[in-house]
Design a protein around this ligand. Structure first.
Ligand SMILES: Cc1cc2nc3c(=O)[nH]c(=O)nc-3n(C[C@H](O)[C@H](O)[C@H](O)COP(=O)(O)O)c2cc1C
Length: 464
């Protein structure tokens, strides 16, 4: 998320100059910029309005570049799982635009004429995308766009009666707004989301809706330097970044409807360790970040539980191994009560796994071996940190780290501190949870039992 106070805003002429530079000396074509702009709009919409709730998206495209961005966004939204429709009343006959229309037709995306529009747009559509006019527009909108703008305005006013209404997303400039002054007389479109492209235009300062995003991840440093652009970094590989303050969220209203394959008794492995490996493999295969992160809960002699994250470092001889400081809070609690619970949450797969059992220290040789396999920085860090004790400030840790870094700069062996090592948990219970629609989740519990003097795992389904 960007910093909101120091953002740069472009005037209309600066915005035009930036586009000219991009498409002149900087070698971009209009097709490329339109593709990236439309993709940014689609990804911004997908960040906020999930297709499970907001699938019906009607995009209103004007005759210029802004309309082209809308056509591209509609195509990407289709591929993201939405059901887009397009209203494109004044088609531009240039090959670029004709191509975009052909691409949408090939995806069977319906085109609605203005006459076909239902009288109450909110009844039929979850999202209305305003791609009518961009930053180069001057003057007053002409028919049919003047009337369409009125319809957008009345949808917003309608909301004040408390009924469900479509949300409005404007691309770069809310249509009808002055590029620099904004909604001059206060009677214009009041979008819920504004997706500024390349850099926000001056009018964006007047945007008061809950979701302001920036898209157009193609600004080269020469442009940023020339126009003193202060723009937030895009996270990871994202095509968009939130630049407005995030809205106040009603936590009680936050919920996901999980959609996952069923997890049936017939599919469950007889041995829960094999089941764990199977699901861990799935978590790796879909690229989840740190699937080996697990919450470890312990309870000391005072009977008060405490939890923290640790990293699983192996499932060895059917036991779950992690490493830590033997003088930390968790270590003290484990010395008082050697039972613990581990919890894995694999969000992207709608899964959690609970593992409960008895905990012992791993052998000193094993801890020694693992300690020396870690990066030297982590080895020094383990010596520096008297985990869970009070420190007067960061500087104390850094000072000590620096001293040790110098001491071992010759590459000599860094000795493992005595108070650092591993634990292994021998499981006596597992539960595999798979999120499902309407809270009817799958929960399969494994508990040990004996059949014909043979130790086996009993699998039972628990109510969600
Ligand atoms: C994702 C993640 C992984 C962590 N892994 C470990 C770990 O493997 N070992 C460890 O001692 N602390 C780890 N920590 C830090 C612990 O959560 C915790 O702050 C620390 O162990 C002190 O806990 P305690 O005071 O309850 O003993 C991790 C934290 C996070 C967020």
């Amino acid at each position: 998320m960007g910093s909101f106070d120091s953002l740069s805003y472009l005037t209309q002429s600066e915005a035009a100059e930036v586009d000219e530079s991009l498409m002149g000396p900087l070698g971009f074509s209009v097709d490329q910029l339109m593709e990236l702009a439309g993709l940014s709009v689609a990804t911004s919409i997908a960040e906020v309005y999930k297709p499970s709730e907001y699938s019906r998206v009607l995009t209103f495209c004007g005759p210029g570049n802004n309309g082209g961005d809308g056509l591209v966004a509609a195509r990407h939204l289709h591929h993201f799982g939405y059901k887009p429709l397009v209203c494109y009343p004044k088609r531009t006959q240039k090959p670029l635009y004709a191509g975009l229309v052909t691409q949408l037709e090939a995806l069977s995306i319906p085109f609605l004429s203005v006459e076909d529009l239902p009288s109450d747009l909110s009844n039929d559509f979850d999202v209305l995308v305003d791609a009518m006019f961009g930053f180069s527009f001057h003057g007053s909108p002409r028919p049919p766009f003047d009337d369409l703008i009125h319809r957008f305005v009345s949808i917003h006013n309608h909301n004040q009666t408390g009924q469900k209404r479509s949300v409005i997303v404007s691309i770069d400039i809310p249509s009808g707004w002055h590029v620099e002054e904004g909604d001059v007389d206060g009677t214009g479109i009041k979008p819920d989301m504004l997706v500024s492209l390349t850099a926000p235009k001056l009018c964006a300062k007047k945007f008061i809706g809950p979701h302001h995003f920036l898209g157009g991840r193609f600004v080269p440093p020469v442009i940023a330097e020339k126009y003193n652009l202060v723009l937030p970094p895009y996270p990871g590989t994202s095509m968009c970044v939130r630049i407005g303050k995030p809205p106040q969220i009603d936590i009680s209203a936050m919920r996901e409807n999980y959609i996952s394959p069923e997890f049936l008794e017939e599919e469950a492995e007889a041995d829960p360790i094999n089941q764990f490996h199977k699901w861990f493999g799935d978590a790796l295969a879909v690229g989840l970040k740190e699937p080996n992160a697990m919450a470890l809960s312990t309870v000391g002699k005072d009977g008060k539980p405490s939890s923290r994250m640790v990293l699983l470092k192996g499932v060895d001889k059917n036991e779950f191994v992690w490493y830590t400081n033997y003088e930390s809070q968790k270590a003290r609690e484990l010395s008082e009560n050697p039972y613990a619970s581990l919890l894995f949450h694999w969000d992207g797969l709608n899964r959690q796994v609970r593992v409960e059992g008895y905990v012992q220290k791993v052998s000193d040789e094993e801890s020694e071996q693992y300690f020396h396999s870690r990066p030297r920085g982590s080895q020094i860090g383990a010596i520096v940190s008297k985990q869970s004790t009070v420190v007067p400030g960061r500087h104390v840790l850094h000072q000590k780290y620096k001293e040790l870094e110098q001491k071992y700069a010759d590459g000599s062996l860094i000795p493992k501190p005595k108070n650092w090592g591993g634990y292994r948990l021998t499981p006596h219970a597992f539960e595999f949870w798979q999120g499902q629609k309407s809270r009817l989740h799958d929960r399969l519990r494994y508990s040990p039992c004996e059949i014909n003097e043979q130790k086996v795992w009993k699998v039972e389904r628990l109510a969600p």
